[in-house]
Write a protein that binds this ligand. Structure first.
Ligand code: AMP
Ligand code: MG
Length: 333
């Protein structure tokens, strides 16, 4: 999974988390804040609670939960569900968690008219986008990598995953991190945590408020790594961003990045970044990627189908558009 996510947001969140500590009043709590490298990115958890030891143990358990999900869904870990699928020509029975993620992804694939597709693993390898030497492949090679993708490429019956063709590589890179964040959130809540923020390389999930105040989330400017595009004040919700600045290379003045249009096999050129705000981080993660491929207009149409879900989309021209629910809630610099 890509290492290069908006670390800027992470730093901002950390600064924000510590900013309000040790103000006056006996009720003010000190957060426990720790980070670990998991799922190919920096995961930071900041949690508030009355008893330090209980909060610390909850944070430890939340990290362990993310590691457990990584062990199921990473393509790079021996014996993971993805590893077993890649090694098998036959249908593979996956863990309930993996089945849940695949089922959500298939739903988003359907609703996004195929813009979201978890069978693009072969295409991703072809572009070598995560390697030191990414390249623009030949059209023939792209066509070959796309063969069998699209509707019916992946089928899930219960926990049994069937691929239309054994060469199809399952890739959960656009959704698994969000799911892991959801699991960590559920774990923290089950331990009684009522105020926390989880940040998995830009996939954010906030529990409650930050000690009675909203969490302030910075959204990275897609064309200026040192600047914020905007900030959002939120409580008890997920905020996930997909951007073409996260992982890319340039050739002949063109930017080639890691979010592919399944229709062409090339990186999608309709957006610079998409931020989705909704309860579930897995849904936000999948939708951010799907909207990126759909583009601003069709993307905002798709969002309408998800009650309680909002989006801020920066189009290829650099212009921002957003869903009506964000009206008045976005702070511009
Ligand atoms: P994200 O950063 O969440 O938008 O996810 C991007 C990652 O998802 C890429 O690195 C690929 O592993 C995978 N991916 C790329 N294009 C697509 C797509 N159209 N649908 C689903 N997954 C994709
Ligand atoms: Mg995503």
């Amino acid at each position: 999974m890509p290492l290069n996510r908006p670390l800027f947001i992470l730093i901002l969140l950390a600064l924000a988390a510590f900013g309000l500590i040790r103000t006056c009043g006996s009720d003010t709590r000190v957060p426990i804040s720790r980070s670990r490298i998991l799922m190919g990115t920096v995961v930071e958890i900041t949690a508030y609670g009355r008893k330090d030891q209980a909060v610390d143990e909850a944070v430890t358990a939340a990290f362990a939960e993310i590691a457990r999900i990584e062990n199921l869904m990473s393509p790079h870990i021996d014996g993971s569900d993805l590893d077993r699928i890649a090694r098998s020509d036959a249908p593979v029975e996956v863990a309930p968690e993996t089945a849940e993620v695949i089922a959500l992804g298939l739903e988003i694939q359907k609703l996004s008219a195929g813009s979201f597709d978890m069978a693009l693993g072969g295409l991703k390898e072809l572009w070598a986008i995560e390697s030191e030497q990414p390249r623009v492949p030949s059209r023939d090679a792209i066509e070959a990598a796309l063969r069998g993708t699209g509707p019916g490429g992946l089928e899930l019956q219960g926990r049994l995953l069937r691929r239309a063709q054994p060469h199809l590589h399952l890739d959960l890179g656009a959704i698994a991190k969000g799911y892991a964040v959801d699991r960590a959130e559920q774990l923290l809540r089950s331990r009684g945590i009522e105020s926390a923020a989880i940040n998995a390389g830009g996939d954010l999930r906030m529990i409650g408020s930050k000690q009675g105040k909203p969490w302030r989330i910075g959204i990275q400017h897609p064309r200026d790594a040192k600047a914020l595009l905007a900030t959002l004040e939120v409580e008890d919700i997920s905020v996930v961003t997909s951007g073409d600045y996260e992982r890319f290379f340039e050739q002949d003045g063109h930017r080639y990045h890691h979010i592919f249009d399944p229709g062409t096999g090339y990186p999608s050129d309709r957006c610079q970044s998409v931020t989705v705000v909704t309860a579930s981080a897995a849904l936000a993660d999948a939708l951010a990627t799907a909207l990126f491929v759909l583009g601003p207009e069709r993307g905002l149409e798709l969002v309408k189908q998800f009650p309680g879900t909002e989006a801020l989309v920066v189009g290829a021209d650099g212009k921002s558009v957003w869903s009506p629910g964000l009206e008045g809630r976005i702070r511009w610099p």
